[in-house]
Design a protein around this ligand. Structure first.
Ligand code: HEM
Length: 409
């Protein structure tokens, strides 16, 4: 075991907002590839920052389990601990299912998502994107985050999952209220949970060409309540990172000369900007987590049975052992760990759905508002104060006002 003379790093504070890359570099310098950290309330955990070590952890779901019951800190965790909803205990969704049951469950989700016709997905993403642009194009200025990125993915996902068009706006509000975690959060969660059960009841009676019906037609023995839980995860875990992928990519295109060409008409650099964001500014920075099922060693550290390991996806992406070029354009290389790795990674069809929604959202915005420009100096753009999901609080822009297309009218 390598003993570090540096104290554990608090996994909070303004540096996660301002310059996380430099912060991870310093943590790696002081502690190595696996660093002791403390969460809210001085709760200890390990942050896995090394690319190789993260690969090792995510490739061995038996030793590094997704089962939060293994945690050796439960006795010290108060009932109102703010990270409790994220760490999760006795939650019946796929996120905390392990072993063969997890493989079956992931298969139910992947097969249902694979059934989405890519042309239908793109057509719906375009239609909802056009509808959102219609609501703001005549104004000449808007906040891309609140008025566009945070409204699009959930609307498209709700539609392909099987919800009726008129339920879309209510689901958008409920999910964003739940994510914001303030007033209306519990009501939002309640509305979503009830909507999932109602959707599954309706689709059981009359199946359609949608994700909910496909999951019901292939439940692998999971109950309707469990399927409802997973649909909830697929909506919540899908929406926010896809919204951040749109926001972070547009920020890059509006602030970095290397991507400015796309703003004057070319589309090819949209994909490059999105790829660059996954390497340098990925939406899911850190993930909680995995629990060691026995005493072991990792990156020169002795890990105790039941210790919590946090997946440092953003830090691993910039690990100098794999990124001698860190800071330069990443081109078509997609060896990033931004979607996780191994059995519990983001399902491949989910990654494809997210990519289509994000890319279409960005392309429609650039087509409709071709002279879009930042309304504030780049240095004033602020991130949400979270070490977990990385995204902007606002992206204020200006553009020449244009009339609405009235696509849905
Ligand atoms: C259509 C949008 C999306 C859907 C439906 C979706 C769905 C899911 C689901 C169901 C899981 C759990 C897998 C399991 O436990 O076996 C998951 C995991 C994950 N997703 Fe996604 N996702 C979406 C978009 C994204 C995006 C845009 C990112 C980041 C760029 C992302 C990053 C992750 C990561 C890092 C994990 C793994 C967590 C872990 O290893 O514990 N997802 N996703």
């Amino acid at each position: 075991m390598t003993l570090s003379e540096h104290p554990p790093v608090p996994l909070s504070g303004p540096r996660f907002q301002t310059d996380p890359t430099e912060l991870y570099r310093q943590i790696r310098r002081d502690h190595g590839a696996v660093a002791p950290v403390v969460l809210d309330g001085d709760v200890p955990a390990w942050l896995v920052l090394g690319y190789r070590e993260l690969h090792q952890v995510t490739s061995d779901p038996t030793l590094f389990s997704r089962d939060s019951e293994l945690w050796n800190q439960w006795d010290a965790i108060p009932a109102d601990w703010p990270l409790l909803p994220m760490i999760g205990r006795k939650q019946p969704s796929i996120l905390y299912t392990v072993g063969e049951r997890h493989r079956e469950r992931a298969n139910v989700i992947s097969s249902a998502l694979e059934g989405i016709d890519p042309f239908v997905l793109k057509e719906r993403a375009e239609r909802f994107a056009d509808e959102l642009i219609d609501a703001l194009c005549a104004k000449g200025s808007c906040d891309i985050i609140a008025e566009y990125a945070m409204l699009l993915p959930v609307r498209v996902l709700a539609s392909v999952y099987g919800f009726a068009e008129e339920q879309g706006p209510g689901l958008v509000t409920a999910l964003n209220d739940m994510i914001n975690g303030q007033e209306g959060a519990l009501e939002g969660q309640q509305h979503l949970a009830e909507s999932m059960v109602a959707l599954l009841t309706a689709k059981a009676a009359e199946p359609g060409d949608d994700v909910a019906s496909r999951m019901l037609g292939n439940t692998a023995g999971f109950t309707v309540e469990e399927v409802a839980q997973d649909l909830m995860v697929m909506l919540a875990a899908g929406h926010q990172p896809t919204a951040d992928w749109i926001g972070n990519s547009l920020r890059l295109m509006l602030t970095d000369d290397r991507f400015a060409a796309s703003l004057s008409g070319g589309r090819h650099s949209v994909g490059e900007a999105m790829n660059e964001v996954l390497w340098e500014d990925t939406p899911t920075q850190n993930v909680a987590g995995r629990w060691a099922s026995r005493d072991t060693h990792l990156g020169g550290r002795r890990i105790g049975r039941g210790d919590l390991l946090l997946l440092g996806l953003a830090a691993a992406n910039s690990d100098p052992h794999v990124r001698a070029d860190a800071g330069r354009l990443t081109g078509g290389n997609n060896a990033y760990l931004s979607f996780g790795h191994g059995e519990h990674r983001c399902p491949f069809p989910a990654q494809e759905v997210a990519e289509t929604i994000a890319r279409t959202g960005i392309e429609v915005l650039l087509d409709r508002l071709p002279d879009v420009d930042l309304a504030v100096p780049a240095a004033e753009l602020a991130r949400r104060p979270s070490p977990w999901l990385r995204g902007l609080t606002a992206l204020p822009v200006t553009y020449t006002p244009t009339p609405a297309l009235g696509v849905l009218g």
